[in-house]
Write a protein that binds this ligand. Structure first.
Ligand SMILES: [Mg+2]
Length: 441
């Protein structure tokens, strides 16, 4: 076990105060100032990223914005510009991919790289790590902290040790010297509760932790105990998992209150289908299998699929197939969730032969034009009649009678990429534009 851990070379790159740094880079007037990315100070959200200047005032990520405002009234509060950060994240990723295909992003601003096999071309892991750090600085004007070690656990600890602008290499023979003085809280899986229990046993550092025998640790903490035993010795066998190919693209909505009206649900389906179609076209993908997922009020979940003769990325096709599947399902209870996804994906250039190629090309062309208009003027610039018609009345009719009561169509939804649904707070289909749910008049 220890042998393999010694052989692998893993780099962890973590951007410093990423969102805030991007904003400061792009607007020199923000440099040296306490920048707080997350939204308006009087809004209900939390801080996404605080610049180091704001951190000095006690602001940190995940803190309610109102609290950040109290601690740092001179702070410059900015909205989250997700599109920009994703774009920069993509540029950073391109730098990583120069050195290895084994890149595992943890978020927009950090990733693991396995450079074990890259040594023959690019030299030792430490110099690859150094070059990456320099390139991020030179080409993108941003600082990153970099850790280089024999596994993910150690590399992540290393990148965090001298933040910001840190660069720490843990040599194979120096693992224990590196780990021993660290507080146990630095070990993965040690939260406040576990830390408290360890402290009561007079275990404060990793060195202290190593005194506890495996059986004792397992007795105290179960599975986590075994993990602590290994990590305290710097052992971590988890591989760097590069993103697998996109297997499906999907979208789902969880309602704030369960919904039983077919009309309304079909209009939600249309919106979800349009979202999925847009994502597919953006990724230049087409899929052959359309899947509908519904979850009843009692959490019972049904999944139904249809496979087409050829792949599609057209909203109308996705919608009509999803609708057919939906119509075959009995609404024995109202739904708490509905979702559409498309599987069996391939590049859109593949499989162009079709009897109706011309007609389809026209439709695809139109879909791309609509996407562009929406990109430029906002998602609501072109709204289908189906989404405006009688269902709007339905929404009013089903809107909460009591202010603050449950409202339909509000809720969480998620985007599914790589077969995983990534939940994201999103306006439900009942809300349009201003974010105010339809209320009684
Ligand atoms: Mg970071």
């Amino acid at each position: 076990m220890a042998k393999q851990a010694r052989e692998r070379r893993i780099i962890h790159v973590d951007m410093d105060a990423f969102y805030a740094s991007v904003e400061q880079r792009d607007d020199p007037s923000l440099r040296g100032k306490p920048v707080i990315v997350g939204g308006k100070p009087n809004s209900r959200g939390v801080v996404s990223t605080a610049s180091y200047e704001a951190r000095k005032a006690g602001v940190h990520s995940a803190m309610p914005l109102a609290e950040a405002w109290r601690r740092c009234p001179q702070g410059i509060f900015l909205p989250v510009n997700g599109r920009k950060y994703r774009e920069v994240s993509g540029q950073i990723r391109q730098i990583f991919l120069t050195y290895t295909p084994l890149v595992e992003p943890l978020s927009l601003d950090e990733a693991f790289l396995d450079v074990t096999a890259s040594g023959a071309i690019f030299g030792p892991a430490a110099s690859i790590g150094h070059i990456i750090k320099e390139r991020i600085q030179d080409e993108l004007g941003l600082t990153a902290s970099v850790g280089v070690a024999g596994n993910k656990f150690l590399a992540k600890l290393a990148s965090d040790l001298r933040k910001p602008d840190g660069f720490v290499v843990v040599p194979a023979e120096g693992v224990q010297d590196f780990l021993d003085p660290l507080p146990v809280e630095r070990i993965w899986g040690v939260g406040q509760k576990t830390a408290d229990r360890l402290h009561r046993l007079n275990v404060k550092t990793v060195r202290d932790l190593r005194r506890l025998e495996l059986a004792h640790l397992k007795h105290l903490f179960g599975v986590l105990g075994g993990q602590l035993y290994e990590l305290a010795r710097g052992r971590d066998e988890r591989p760097v998992e590069s993103e697998r190919e996109t297997k499906s693209i999907g979208r789902e909505t969880t309602f704030g209150a369960d919904v039983g009206e077919r009309d309304f649900l079909e209009s939600v389906l249309l919106e979800l289908a349009c979202d999925v179609g847009r994502s597919l076209r953006k990724e230049k993908l087409k899929g052959r299998t359309i899947t509908l997922k519904v979850r009843y009020a009692d959490f019972h979940t049904l999944v139904r699929s249809r496979t087409l003769a050829e792949g599609t990325n057209l909203d109308d096709v996705i919608y009509s197939e999803a609708c057919r599947l939906f119509q075959a399902i009995a609404l024995k209870q109202p739904l708490r969730l509905i979702g559409v996804s498309v599987h069996q994906l391939a590049n859109q250039e593949e499989g162009q032969l079709s009897l109706f190629a011309d007609e389809r090309e026209d439709q695809e062309h139109l879909a791309r034009v609509i996407d562009k208009v929406r990109e430029k003027y906002g998602a609501q610039s072109i709204v289908r009649a189906r989404l405006l018609g009688p269902t709007d009345k339905k929404r009013e009719a089903t809107a909460p009678a009591v202010p603050g009561g449950p409202s339909q169509g509000r809720g969480l939804s998620g985007t599914e990429v790589n077969g995983r649904v990534q939940p994201a707070v999103r306006k439900g289909p009942g809300e349009r534009g201003n974010g105010i749910p339809p209320g009684p008049e």
